[in-house]
Design a protein around this ligand. Structure first.
Ligand SMILES: [Zn+2]
Ligand SMILES: [Zn+2]
Length: 111
C-alpha cells in the first residue's frame, strides 16, 4: 500500500520557471515540468530532459500525438492542494486583490 503524503508546495515547483506546475508533464526519468516549460526547454533541447539529459524524443512524440503529455493525476492533486496558486497562474494575476471601490455609503441615523 502506498502512503499518500500530502503534497508540499516545494514538491510542485517547476525547476525551469520555479513556479507551481501548470499542467505538469512527468518524463520517463521522473522529472516534472510545466507543460509550457516542457515545450520550451525539452522541445528546443533536442528532446532531452533538461535535468538529467535523458533522451525523451520517442516518449514525447508518442504522448503529444495521444494528447497524454500532462500527468493528469498529479495535475488534479495540485489543483486540489493549491487552488489559489493555480488560479493565480491561470489567470495571470498577481497576489494583490483588486476590489471595485463603489462607495455607496448610506450613513443615515433614523431615530
Ligand atoms: Zn515551469
Ligand atoms: Zn530527467
Amino acid at each position: 500500500m502506498r502512503g499518500r503524503a500530502p503534497l508540499s508546495l516545494d514538491d510542485c515547483r517547476c525547476p525551469v520557471c520555479l513556479e507551481i506546475f501548470m499542467e505538469p508533464v512527468t518524463l520517463p526519468c521522473k522529472h516534472t515540468f510545466c507543460k509550457s516549460c516542457f515545450l520550451e526547454t525539452v522541445n528546443k533541447a533536442t528532446l532531452c530532459c533538461p535535468m538529467c539529459r535523458k533522451r525523451v524524443s520517442t516518449w514525447a512524440r508518442l504522448n503529444s500525438r495521444n494528447n497524454t503529455l500532462v500527468n493528469q493525476e498529479l495535475w488534479k492533486q495540485i489543483q486540489t492542494c493549491f487552488p489559489l496558486q493555480c488560479q493565480r497562474r491561470l489567470t495571470g494575476q498577481e497576489a494583490e486583490v483588486d476590489q471595485a471601490g463603489t462607495g455607496t455609503h448610506t450613513g443615515r441615523d433614523i431615530p
